[in-house]
Design a protein. Structure first.
Length: 82
């Protein structure tokens, strides 16, 4: 979860996104945080949100690494749950 909080903080601070894109991204991060806190997160929903984050932030170099870290962490978590 700390990676998600870090990403949300970096999104809030970046000038590389429009205010709409910033709020949209923050909303997606919040949805992801909420879903991951559930006892049984919906894997498909989590994957959709991660893909949407990657697509939305792919052109923002300063946010590329944190998004990749979140995606890797989610993938690792799913592997451990199986």
């Amino acid at each position: 979860m700390t990676l998600l909080m870090k990403l949300k903080k970096e999104v809030s601070a970046t000038d590389a996104l429009s205010s709409f894109a910033r709020k949209d991204t923050e909303s997606k991060i919040s949805m992801l945080q909420e879903e991951l806190q559930k006892p049984k997160p919906d894997k498909n929903f989590v994957n959709e949100v991660v893909v949407a984050l990657k697509q939305g932030l792919s052109g923002v170099l300063t946010l590329a690494a944190p998004v990749t870290q979140v995606a890797d962490l989610v993938a690792k978590a799913w592997t451990e749950l199986l």
